[in-house]
Design a protein around this ligand. Structure first.
Ligand SMILES: [Fe+2]
Length: 302
């Protein structure tokens, strides 16, 4: 009787007399809906089989009126609907339409979920790629910056050959000190390039004074004491070096306030400037100067 109704309604039908036949037919073709008689072929088993292998395939249970409880039980397990015998044609067709529609919606949903997953995956991949490109660009930029700092620091030494390697040694020692004070990576970087640049202002100091093979006069000393301010002026326009400005300006301040150019005292002096003052003095003492020989390390330390 079902066949007659369904043929007329335009459905193509395959029929199975038992579960095994049903499984074989299901394997061979694609279906939109299964109608399953509970009594005859163990609806529960078939339902399980279908849910497991064909997730979105809807199953309508067919029951006698005595089987209603079983039918409800089976709906809890995933059957989409149940029809009681005798079957009414309209009920059957409506149940079928709903089942087919539900299958369509479920498939659409899973397709959307797949697309969404693919999109998410693609997005993650793109983010990873961009991030690594950015990291690469950043490290290139950082390298370029350091190269520039080294070049600038070389420019000071070209003018004042007695301080050859001075900025580099001061930079290394300053970083070592700061490491022992638990400075952050970022702070260590500021200190590293800042100390390479600390004497950059000497570019603006007369060469005759820098190279004078005797003690400086008061006037000459006053002139040379301008180098921290000149250095600050040279570096100020370079945005990325700004954190090092206080270090450059104040690296000749003294903790007792008798330094220059601002006569700052104690903790008024920028911490980077306070650190660099130590290796700066130490390296100056242990290097030959035009007007005196280098002190020994022991003498310098004392
Ligand atoms: Fe200096």
């Amino acid at each position: 009787m079902l066949q007659v109704h369904l043929d007329k309604a335009g459905y193509y039908i395959s029929e199975a007399k038992d579960a095994e036949t049903a499984y074989k037919i299901l394997e061979g073709k694609s279906f939109e809906v299964v109608i399953c008689n509970i009594r005859k072929i163990g609806g529960g088993k078939i339902l399980e089989h279908i849910k497991e292998r064909y997730g979105t395939l809807p199953v309508i249970m067919l029951t006698g009126s005595a089987d209603v409880d079983t039918a409800i039980e089976l709906m809890k397990k995933g059957a989409i609907d149940y029809l009681t015998k005798p079957i009414k044609k309209d009920e059957l067709l409506i149940a079928l339409e709903i089942a087919v529609e539900q299958k369509r919606l479920l498939e659409e949903k899973s397709e959307l979920e797949n697309k969404n997953r693919e999109y998410q995956h693609g997005l993650e991949q793109r983010i990873t790629e961009r991030t690594s490109k950015l990291e690469e660009a950043y490290s290139q930029l950082k390298q370029a910056t350091f190269d520039m700092v080294k070049a600038l620091s070389g420019a000071i030494e070209a003018k004042d050959p007695f301080t050859k390697g001075h900025s580099y040694r001061v930079s290394q020692l300053s970083v070592e000190i700061a490491k022992r004070l638990d400075f952050s990576e970022e702070q260590l970087e500021i200190l590293e390039y800042g100390s390479l640049l600390h004497d950059i202002g000497k570019i603006g100091i007369k060469e005759t004074i820098l190279k004078k093979p005797a003690r400086l006069t008061i006037k000459e000393y006053t002139h040379i004491k301008r180098h921290p301010i000149i250095g600050e002026e040279i570096i100020r326009p370079v945005e990325i070096f700004r954190p090092a400005l206080p270090l450059i300006r104040n690296h000749h301040e003294h903790f007792d306030g008798r330094g220059y150019p601002d006569g700052l005292k104690g903790k008024e002096i920028n911490i980077f400037a306070r650190i660099i003052a130590v290796p700066d003095s130490f390296d100056a003492m242990t290097s030959d100067r035009p007007y005196r020989k280098a002190l020994t390390v022991k003498e310098a330390l004392s």
